[in-house]
Design a protein. Structure first.
Lengths: 444, 177
């Protein structure tokens, strides 16, 4: 396994590191900003990020520098930069750590990005549940204003930038960048039809770049050490850099681990996360958050980079690796995830809104021993009718837990139907009230 | 008309509105402010916010009803939100919920008769390595066991806070690496 020096998690692993401005500066923070502000042209920074090969860390993996270069040069403005801190992909908890433990790393990345694309106003859209994260960011921003890294005349260069924290209020879909824009505008978080893209018609219909927390946290390092240095890390040319992978489920040592892209799942699960938690062997894993198709022990030698995971029929996504041991019921797991997707469907597109509810109902009856023989065909037909028929990618990914578990564990589904029960779990406790009653009861 | 906002909150409103090119951008922040003031977003608050942002009351209502974290009626002092998503479920949410139903004498969606606790199940809270977990009001509580949860609920009921709430997140802890 390649040895590696952590990049993004380095500061926070220093003894006593509090994430304060003083600590960040002591660890070399804001050197990148001092280095380029007033000496490099904005376009040169965009060019540097392009050359580094950095791709978005939020899930879609779009090349960051290319995204920046789509901002029209001749637009009178304003232009906007938004840090997507809505981290809500099940299985993912890296941005939370990056924000709460080293907020200035991300803020410096935002200032550099804003300088590169000519932005004077930026927002951090943070999921509502991260109340502590929002407080930490507010405090860090206040420190940055105080020190002259933000405000009307940054480091005496006349560069102007304001950054505001904007809290979401509980909606997974607001991590989708156009839904996020709607939400920032004070509306329901319904994704927009693209084109036009945010680069030309984003927040308040102005040119806008939306970048993930981890993506932005990489920028100071690229500016400090150079595009070539960054491009050589990991698995170039398509998967340069490290990723903070989030290990969860039945592993010995769950948590956030930063490694260069290109190591194998075997190394990730067995070496870094300490292997399985008990004596039950690995049954399946989700490689990149709940939106990614399940993989099996046969895929352990697949590399954790964008292309390899895509070739294996899934996606690297947000970097959330969820590990399941033998004995975990795959129908139950798919049902749990479909509950999530059904709950989080924004309701704009019929195939997703209605389809997710039907899929959930069918999975639930199979898991509870009431499945019918033609249910599996119905699941696949319904899934096929959602993919490609919705405004955003939510519809495409919500079927992944079903199609992939059906592909690898079809016999398990068949056993449920044949035996009229879940062969792996004790009879489930019946919910006493329905989800709708639940919502009414808490005031929705 | 008396305001739902205290003088301190009222003083913050112009600054919040000024952050956005269009006034409506301040809608979510103002709804948060109203909920901090009253514990929920009342119809009076919605109407007042609509007037502040040059919106109609239904425009505010349509936004409020999209988001799960705004309450449209009062709830218990402590809102327990247990993560029900797969990563927590793999490591024991069900046992915890079952225990909680017994301990509090309520089921999901209900509030204890003394108005102290409201119990909800929510989707992934971004704490998947440290499950099972729950959020109570603003605070996260992670790596829950029955004993630990028992202590947290007792702390909250007795003292209004618990030292077991999570601080800035890092996992695994650096010393354990």
């Amino acid at each position: 396994m390649a040895t590696h020096e952590p990049l993004l998690l380095k500061n926070m692993s220093l003894p006593g590191y509090s994430g304060s401005l003083a600590d960040y500066e002591r660890a070399g923070g804001y050197q990148a900003l001092r280095k380029v502000l007033g000496t490099l042209a904005p376009a040169e920074i965009t060019e540097m990020v392009k050359k580094s090969g950095l791709r978005g860390r939020g899930g879609a993996g779009f090349p960051t520098g290319v995204k920046w270069s789509f901002i029209p040069k001749d637009h009178p403005g304003p232009r906007y930069l938004i840090c997507n801190a809505d981290e809500s992909e099940p299985g993912t908890f890296k941005d939370r750590q990056l924000m709460e433990r080293d907020p200035h790393q991300m803020i410096e990345g935002m200032i550099l990005a804003a300088y590169a694309i000519g932005v004077r106003t930026a927002y951090i859209y943070i999921r509502g549940e991260f109340a502590l994260g929002a407080r930490i960011l507010e405090r860090a921003l206040a420190e940055s204003y105080q020190a002259g890294y933000l405000g009307p005349d940054i480091l005496g260069t006349q560069f102007v930038l304001d950054i505001y924290v904007h809290r979401g209020a509980g909606a997974y879909i607001c991590g989708e960048e156009t839904a996020l824009l709607e939400s920032l505008e004070g509306k329901r978080g319904l994704p927009r039809i693209k084109p036009p893209f945010p680069a030309t018609h984003g927040l308040f219909q102005k040119p806008t770049v939306v970048n993930n927390v981890e993506t932005l946290a990489n920028i100071p390092h690229i500016v400090n050490k150079g595009a070539e240095w960054f491009a050589a890390i990991g698995h170039p040319p398509k998967s340069s850099g490290t990723r903070v992978f989030c290990l969860s489920g039945h592993v010995q040592r769950p948590g956030n681990y930063e490694v260069p892209m290109g190591i194998t799942f075997r190394e990730m699960i067995y070496d870094i996360a300490g292997g399985m938690r008990g004596d039950k062997p690995l049954k399946a894993f989700i490689p990149g958050g709940a939106s990614a198709a399940f993989l099996t022990p046969a895929h352990l030698d697949v590399k954790l980079d964008f292309e390899s995971v895509a070739q294996a029929g899934s996606m690297l996504g947000s970097g959330g690796v969820t590990v399941m041991e033998e004995g975990t019921c795959m129908v139950w797991a798919a049902e749990n995830l479909l509950h999530f997707f059904n709950h989080e469907s924004c309701g704009k597109c019929t195939p997703c809104r209605e389809g997710s509810a039907w899929l959930l109902q069918i999975l639930r009856r199979i898991e509870h021993g009431h499945g019918k023989t033609d249910d599996l065909a119905t699941l696949l037909r319904l899934s096929g009718n959602i993919v490609g028929r919705t405004v955003c990618a939510f519809g495409d990914v919500l079927v992944a837990p079903i199609t992939s578990t059906l592909q690898y564990f079809r016999d398990e589904y068949e056993a449920h139907i044949r035996e009229h029960r879940c062969p792996l779990r004790p009879a489930p406790v019946q919910e006493l009230i329905t989800p709708v009653q639940k919502l009414i009861a808490i005031g929705h | 008309m008396t305001s739902v906002f205290s003088p301190v909150a009222q003083a913050r409103i112009p600054g919040l509105i000024a952050r956005y090119e269009e006034k409506r951008g301040a809608l979510l922040p103002l709804l948060w402010l109203a909920q901090e003031e009253q514990g929920y977003v009342s119809e009076a608050a919605m109407k007042e916010i609509a007037a502040l942002l040059d919106l109609t009351a239904p425009q505010v209502y349509e936004t409020v009803t999209f988001y799960t974290m705004y309450h449209r009626r009062p709830i218990g002092t402590f809102h327990i939100q247990v993560c029900r998503s797969l990563m927590c479920a793999l490591v024991g949410t069900e046992n915890l919920l079952g225990w909680m139903h017994t301990k509090l004498g309520i089921t999901t969606g209900q509030t204890t008769p003394d108005g102290c606790f409201t119990l909800s199940q929510v989707e992934c809270l971004g704490s998947c390595a440290t499950g099972p977990m729950m959020q109570i009001n603003d605070d996260y509580y992670e790596r829950l066991t029955v004993d630990k949860t028992n202590r947290i609920l007792d702390d909250l009921k007795r003292e209004g806070q618990s030292s077991l709430a999570s601080g800035p997140f890092i996992f695994p802890e650096p010393s354990a690496q």
